[in-house]
Design a protein around this ligand. Structure first.
Ligand code: IPM
Ligand code: MG
Length: 357
């Protein structure tokens, strides 16, 4: 089969890790007789530098014309002082909205080989965990009304958290359908003891839950969830939550796996096209040094094969290759932990993954 993939390499380590994933995809393509055609588009700080716009229309059009999108990372200190609408982050929100990607899947599992890099207590890490964080991606406070105004104490600023029943219902369905393919357990995270938007969230989740009697559903308040993730991450199977809570908790869940450099993500809408990106950012501190961990991007590309292209076997093959490399003891600098092995460069790690395909 033939697929057109839009590449948004972005900023910082983005280009290095996307190049690794492209090498892996090309090898997989050769092995299973698929052709992947890649087209690069500018997004983020690099797009701002070249065109004055972090998300040029040409990029949106290119993504819309593609079968799927692979993104490295955007942002960096160079662009931190730009006004909100020109910041690289705004481009990321813009592309999510333009492609209608309201579902963000962020799986976090502790690889047995990486237990020593896990910051949790030994007895907690020993039990392992494997959770799927599902974050609502095009609603809530990220997209609500915002502004500045004169308040009773002078200048004030506001951002609004707003969710419609429709938005909650469709993300809840994704969660329950995903749970059916896993351990049939959904934990919905909100702040219903304070926020009206969370109370509606909870009502709608319960309504959808009633259609899935085979899936367990529990509510958890977000502050407690932050604690439970550290105390007992095994209790989580599928987690569903709002855009903002999901942003925060997915960083926490990735950190407890030992390295944010390992975690992939998929952003999906109603069609097959998705946007796949590592959870970590552009890591400006190590950009250009050739030491970034390419695994999260390689695993994101594997998710693309699985969710957008229906290539299950090929995706398994990529994930197994990563597993073998880790089991063989190879590490990039971010996942060395206490193992004391000599870290591999980005290129060396990519080579190891290719050897295992
Ligand atoms: C993420 C990031 C983005 C977000 C930023 C860069 C806009 O933190 O994908 O988690 O908050 O969604
Ligand atoms: Mg984030």
């Amino acid at each position: 089969m033939e697929f057109n993939i839009a590449l948004l390499k972005g900023d910082g380590i983005g280009p290095e890790i996307v190049d690794s994933a492209v090498a892996v995809l090309n090898k997989i393509g050769g092995k299973y007789s698929h052709k992947f055609n890649f087209s690069e588009y500018l997004m983020g700080g690099c797009a701002y530098d070249k065109t004055g716009n972090p998300l040029p229309q040409e990029t949106v059009d290119g993504c819309l014309a593609s079968d799927s999108v692979l993104l490295g990372a955007v942002g960096g200190p160079k662009w931190d002082t730009l006004p909100g609408h020109l910041r690289p982050e705004k481009a990321l929100l813009g592309i999510r909205a333009a492609l209608g990607l309201y579902t963000n899947l962020r799986p976090a599992k502790l690889y047995p080989a990486l237990k020593e890099a896990c910051p949790l207590r030994e007895e907690v890490a020993a039990k392992g965990f494997d959770l799927l964080m599902i974050r609502e991606l095009t609603g809530g406070i990220y997209f609500g009304e915002r502004g500045r105004r004169d308040g009773k104490n002078g200048l004030e600023a506001y951002d609004t958290e707003c969710y419609s029943e429709m938005e909650v219902e469709r993300i809840a369905r994704v969660a329950f359908n995903s749970a059916r393919l896993r351990n049939k357990n959904v934990i919905s995270i909100d702040k219903a003891n304070v926020l009206e938007s969370s109370r509606l969230w909870r009502e709608v989740v319960h309504r959808v839950a009633a259609e899935y009697p085979d899936v367990a559903c529990t509510d958890m308040l977000v502050d407690n969830a932050a604690m439970q993730l550290i105390k007992n991450p095994q209790q989580f199977d599928v987690v569903v939550t709002s855009n903002m809570f999901g942003d925060i908790l997915s960083d926490e869940s990735s950190q407890i796996t030992g390295s944010i450099g390992m975690l992939a993500s998929a952003s999906l809408g109603d069609g097959k096209r998705g946007l796949y990106e590592p959870i970590h950012g552009s890591a400006p501190d190590i950009a250009g040094k050739g030491i970034a961990n390419p695994i999260a991007t390689v695993l994101s590309a594997a998710m693309m094969l699985r969710f957008s292209f229906g290539l299950e076997k090929e995706a398994d093959d990529m994930e197994n290759a990563v597993n073998r490399v880790l089991n063989d003891g190879f590490r990039t600098a971010d996942i060395v932990g206490t193992s004391r092995v000599t870290p591999l460069s980005t290129a060396q790690m990519t080579e190891k993954i290719l050897e295992n395909l």
